[in-house]
Ligand binder design. Structure first.
Ligand SMILES: Cc1cc2nc3c(=O)[nH]c(=O)nc-3n(C[C@H](O)[C@H](O)[C@H](O)COP(=O)(O)O)c2cc1C
Length: 180
């Protein structure tokens, strides 16, 4: 069983991003165990706080990343970019640059939006930040979910076409884990 750390770029209780992560966890139940990060408890990044002992939430988040075989990020797009809470979390995980928990970590990115664009601009920011942190974002397929509201029924993400498409990304990610 692969150990995956799921990160929602939205803190909203009923976030579509969380529903997508839950559906992906179900679809991969035979292959992977999902743990969930709570990036809402992280303080705002401040380099003055990046000293031992790290703030407890930061230490926990970084440990969760280190212990995971790979990460799955599902996020909305805010103002044509990634949500600040997600950038904050990735900044906390990104130090020291050449030895951070993100280094060489395979990461699958899923963005979603009620618009047809599916959060694709946020996806590129997330990808670029991960490249900067020396992580290994899955390059193909790029999973963007447009008109996400229509794909949620009773709080559950039910779009089987997207889930099947995303499974191709998981297959690539599992190969990257095996090659490490
Ligand atoms: C501050 C803010 C900015 C937003 N900007 C965009 C945007 O630039 N592009 C877009 O497609 N949707 C935008 N949206 C809509 C979000 O995609 C939508 O609220 C989405 O459902 C939030 O994701 P969640 O369900 O995971 O919380 C924005 C929403 C908020 C709250």
């Amino acid at each position: 069983m692969h150990r995956l750390l799921a990160i929602s770029g939205s803190l909203r209780r009923q976030a579509y991003s969380k529903a997508i992560l839950a559906a992906l966890a179900d679809a991969n139940a035979a292959r992977a165990r999902f743990d969930y990060a709570d990036i809402g408890e992280l303080p705002l990044f401040n380099q003055d706080l990046y000293v031992e002992p790290l703030p407890e939430a930061v230490a926990r988040f970084r440990r969760q990343i280190a212990e995971a075989d790979a990460l799955v990020i599902a996020s909305p797009e805010y103002n044509h970019g990634m949500p600040g809470v997600l950038k904050n979390a990735l900044d906390w995980a990104s130090r020291p640059h050449n030895g951070s928990p993100l280094k060489n970590k395979p990461v699958l990115i899923v963005t979603s939006s009620p618009a047809v664009t599916g959060g694709v601009r946020a996806q590129y920011q997330i990808r670029e930040t991960l490249v900067s942190a020396l992580a290994r974002p899955v390059n193909t397929p790029e999973i963007v979910v447009g008109q996400v509201g229509a794909k949620i029924v009773d709080g559950r993400f039910v779009d089987t076409a997207t889930i099947d498409f995303a499974l191709g990304g998981f297959a690539t990610m599992f190969e990257a884990i095996a090659a490490k």
